[in-house]
Ligand binder design. Structure first.
Ligand SMILES: C[S@@+](CC[C@H](N)C(=O)[O-])C[C@H]1O[C@@H](n2cnc3c(N)ncnc32)[C@H](O)[C@@H]1O
Length: 261
C-alpha cells in the first residue's frame, strides 16, 4: 500500500532487506484457524440474540450443555490460535531484530574475524555480523527449507546483503548443520539462531559437535533458542565447550547460550 502511494507521487521507494516469516504455514494456518473459531463464536452469539435467548440468560451456565461446550471450545481455540500466530508474526517482524542487535553487540567483533552463522535463513544474524566486519568475512549456511522460513534461499541472503551494503563481506553455502563443509578450527565466531528446535535429538547433538569442530580454539559460540536450552548447554559442555553460560537478551522468549572453545 505504502509502495503504491509512493509510486503515485512519483517517489521510487527504497528496497529494504526482507528477512521473511518463520514457519510461514503454521503462522498463516493458525491465523486462519483463529478467524474461523472466532466466526463460530460470533455466529452462536448472533444466534442467541436473534432467538431472544440472551434476554432470558442469567449466566452462561444457563445455556444448553452442547452450546456451552461449543462456545467454550471455540473461544479457547481462537485465543490459542491467535496467540501462536501473533507470536510468530511479532517474533519474525520485531522480536528477532531486537534479539539480533543484542547478540551482535555481545560478540564485540574487532572486524577481522571469520564468522559462521548456521541455519542463517534470510541472513538476519549473518548480515548483522557482516556489518561489524572490516577485513573479515561472514559465512552463512542453511538447507533453505521454506517451510521453516519464508522465501529463504542463497539468492535472498545475497540480495539482502547487497541491500545492506555488505555484499562483499558475505558468503553463503547451501549446506547442512550436521555436516558443515569447512576445515576444523576455521572460524573465530560461530552463531545459530532459532534453528535447533527444528532438529531432532540426534541431529542437535551432531550439529553442536560440528559447530565446535569448525570453531578455533579460543573462539566464541552463540546459540539463540526458544527451546531445548538446558540440553544444548549440556551438549556444549560434553563436546568441549568451556565457560558455557546463559546471557540475557532483554526479551525472555529468546534464550542465549554463549560458550568458548
Ligand atoms: C526459523 S528459521 C531461522 C533463520 C535465521 N537464523 C533467523 O533467525 O532469522 C530456521 C532456519 O534453519 C534452517 N535449518 C533447519 N534445519 C537445518 C539444518 N539441518 N542445517 C542447516 N539449516 C537448517 C531452516 O532452513 C531455516 O532457514
Amino acid at each position: 500500500m505504502l509502495r503504491l502511494i509512493a509510486k503515485l507521487h512519483g517517489i521510487e521507494p527504497q528496497e529494504t532487506p526482507d528477512y521473511g516469516l518463520d514457519v510461514p504455514k503454521l503462522a498463516k494456518g493458525t491465523a486462519v484457524f483463529g478467524v474461523l473459531s472466532s466466526a463460530v463464536v460470533v455466529a452462536h452469539v448472533v444466534g442467541f440474540i436473534s432467538t431472544g435467548m440472551f434476554l432470558t440468560l442469567r449466566s452462561l451456565t444457563d445455556l444448553p450443555l452442547d452450546e456451552l461446550l461449543v462456545l467454550t471450545a471455540s473461544s479457547v481455540l481462537a485465543i490459542l490460535a491467535f496467540l501462536v500466530s501473533g507470536f510468530i508474526f511479532w517474533s519474525s517482524k520485531r522480536g528477532k531484530f531486537h534479539m539480533r542487535d543484542r547478540v551482535i553487540a555481545g560478540l564485540k567483533l574487532r572486524g577481522d574475524e571469520q564468522v559462521l552463522d548456521v541455519g542463517c535463513g534470510n541472513g538476519l544474524l549473518l548480515i548483522g555480523a557482516a556489518q561489524k566486519l572490516t577485513t573479515g568475512t561472514a559465512v552463512g549456511v542453511d538447507i533453505f527449507d521454506e517451510n521453516l522460513e519464508s522465501h529463504n534461499s542463497r539468492d535472498s541472503v545475497l540480495h539482502n546483503a547487497r541491500l545492506s551494503g555488505v555484499g562483499n563481506r558475505v558468503e553463503v553455502h547451501n549446506a547442512d548443520a550436521r555436516e558443515l563443509p569447512f576445515e576444523d578450527a576455521s572460524f573465530d565466531v560461530v552463531t545459530s539462531s532459532l534453528m535447533f528446535h527444528h532438529l531432532n535429538k540426534a541431529d542437535r547433538e551432531t550439529a553442536v559437535q560440528q559447530m565446535l569442530r569448525v570453531l578455533k580454539p579460543g573462539g566464541k559460540l552463540v546459540i539463540v533458542e526458544v527451546a531445548f536450552v538446558g540440553r544444548l548447554r549440556k551438549l556444549l559442555r560434553e563436546y568441549g565447550g568451556t565457560a558455557v553460560k546463559r546471557a540475557p537478551l532483554g526479551l525472555p522468549v529468546y534464550k542465549q547460550i554463549v560458550a568458548t572453545k
